[in-house]
Design a protein around this ligand. Structure first.
Ligand code: UD1
Length: 367
């Protein structure tokens, strides 16, 4: 029986693996030759609100192995994950290592597997920001350089891979598993208690997320960005679930003294996406959130100078504002004037990506 390792390590991985595990289970229930899998959690994210709550809310089974790598520098985390995963593979080799996204766990496990001659499948392969200052871009480049099977979310990703010389028969344009999860969970989203606590009404508040080193690691820069956000957001409250990385910098800033800014702990998936769906708009430096806002038709402003997901700008509701705080105001003015673009949904972001992935895996593994 073929065995697939499914790797997850950090928050944005969990919503990408959940539908793949579901689709594998459905496939196995309908076939007499099962495809087995092991879920490997690297432990890159370990807080309940960064990891455990996603397993519960998305119905992801307990991992078969937890490498418990914890926090550290890029190199420490990479090394710790590689050592831990190598042990798993040496104990029992798998037939395929399936990684998702662009986090450190993605790259570390892909390298470990391929060095033991275990082929690698990369879900969300081929996307590129062109910005080598982002650890995620290095992770994407390194992972894709040693990937056997690419599962892509957009024509942009397909083109990037073709330009890099990847043979067309290794590229499978399947859509977006993060959107599989969103579409499945939309009816289950629920209103967090902070809506009542802070008097948030639908369409009359903004959601903010910030965690990129370029935006949050220098307290003075973060302060200027927060001032720009608050001065442009009129009377709206700005709800900010604060990522642990950002929390450390924010604590050093002292009292930010902004009464309309509602800071809270990172939220679970169902609460967070409820808040996003009902918001006037979202300001973020995340990549995944720009995909979710595109599907929910919520205006999104990205505080980055580049994006690896250009379809969210060209087709969806996202705008690339940049990291200069002075650039934000015209976008907020357009939002408050009710003149934001409507946007469409990119091809194959239809809730069926994981089914397509499992069909390809079946052929690849000869199941
Ligand atoms: C990682 C991903 C990023 C993703 C983000 C989402 C990489 C290179 N980056 O960045 O692509 O968008 O996750 O959240 O993989 N920490 C906790 N509790 C946790 C996890 C982390 O307190 O459960 C702290 C750590 O001590 C660390 C900081 O948060 O100092 C950042 O965590 P880390 O895993 O290094 O990267 P992220 O910034 O979360």
């Amino acid at each position: 029986m073929p065995l697939i390792d499914i790797i997850a390590g950090a928050r944005p991985n969990f919503m990408k693996i959940a539908p793949i595990i579901d689709a594998l289970k459905r496939r196995n229930a309908a076939h007499c030759s099962p495809i087995a899998h092991r879920l490997i959690h690297t432990g890159q994210h370990y807080d309940r609100n960064m990891s455990g709550s996603f397993f519960e809310e998305l119905g992801i089974p307990d991992p078969d192995a937890n490498l418990e790598v914890g926090s550290g520098t890029q190199a420490e985390q990479t090394a710790g994950i590689m050592v831990g995963y190598e042990k798993v593979l040496l104990k029992e080799r798998s037939d395929l290592c399936l990684v998702v996204g662009d986090v450190t766990s993605t790259m570390a496990c892909a390298i470990t597997a391929q060095k033991l001659c275990v082929p690698v499948a990369h879900v969300e392969g081929g996307i590129r920001s062109g910005d080598w200052t982002m650890p995620e871009e290095i992770n994407r480049l390194a992972t894709d350089a040693i990937t056997d099977l690419f599962f892509t979310t957009s024509e942009f990703a397909n083109d990037n891979l073709k330009r890099a010389g990847v043979a067309a028969n290794r590229i499978h344009f399947v859509g977006n598993t993060m959107i599989d999860t969103l579409l499945k969970q939309l009816p289950r989203l629920w209103r967090p208690s902070l809506c009542d606590e802070f008097g948030l009404s639908s369409g009359q508040y903004l959601v903010l997320t910030l965690h990129r080193p370029a935006n949050v690691d220098k307290p003075a820069n973060l302060r200027v960005m927060l001032d720009a956000i608050m001065s442009g957001s009129r009377d709206d409250k700005v709800v900010w679930p604060v990522h642990p990385r950002t929390r450390k910098v924010l604590t050093g800033l002292g009292d930010v003294g902004l009464s309309r800014l509602v800071c809270c702990e990172p939220l679970g998936y169902l609460n967070f996406n409820y808040l996003v769906r009902e918001a006037r708009g979202v300001i973020t430096d995340s990549g995944g959130i720009t995909e979710e806002t595109t599907v929910m038709g919520v205006p999104c402003m990205t505080l980055r100078d580049s994006t690896e997901r250009p379809e969210t700008v060209q087709i969806g509701t996202n705008e690339l504002v940049g990291t200069d705080p002075a650039k934000l105001k015209p976008y907020l003015d357009r939002l408050f004037a009710g003149e934001w673009k409507k946007g469409n949904i990119p091809e194959f972001w239809d809730g069926q990506a994981a089914e397509r992935i499992v069909c390809v895996l079946e052929q690849y593994l000869g199941g």
